[in-house]
Design a protein around this ligand. Sequence first.
Ligand code: 9D3
Length: 233
Amino acid sequence: MSFAATVLTLSPGMFPGPLSESLAGRALAAGRWTLEARDLRGYAADRGGRVDDTPFGGGAGMVMRPDVVDAALADCADGRPSIYLTPRGRLLNQARVRALAAGPGVVLLCGRYEGVDQRVIEARGLEEVSIGDYVLAGGEPAAIVLLDACVRLLPGVMGAAESAEEESFSDGLLEYPHYTRPAVWQGREVPGVLLSGHHAAIAAWRRAAAERATRERRPDLRPSPVASAPAAP
Ligand code: 9D3
């Protein structure tokens, strides 16, 4: 039984989209996962029926109707977690991606307009997930991001080398910088230690570079211990 993704969206034509051109696309063709994009308009009460309406209390924009979203979710309810992609959600992280990839799949609800009526979020116990603090035009690119992150972790999708690297990401550091030939390019030299052949020195340089990048760019990630800090009692 492979990882099953169902996407509920007003733009089913956005899927598989860029996923078909990547590693995930080859895995899809190989049957390691399945993807079904369903048009939410198909769940409107009547032909050409509304999927959205004006917000109670007033204000700009439209809200997706709870009855339409509920009918769509009921139609694919089979025990997979149901996730609503929304800027109000909890931030997606690698721990959640790992847990989702280890499960049977996901049902992803993509919002449009101002969002989905709160009552169906509660009634269906939807998990609300955001992919970052910036504003997209809709939830579809976020669904593509979530699926890309999950699919690369499925068994047989990536080689053993990359799988080992996945483990090392959990050390909470950004990666060290990478270099290849030529050794001098536009007057810029590759750090000498990388050409030295001294594997211990290379490993130490990379560790220090990773810690420095993390400290400078992502101080919110696990802080690297300071050499001069006294040991905890
Ligand atoms: C003016 C209020 N807007 C909230 C910032 C409304 C709004 C803007 C954009 C509501 C939805 C959207 C579309 N975005 C998503 O559906 C979305 C999203 C995002 O915009 N950023 C990060 N993660 C996500 S997940 C879904």
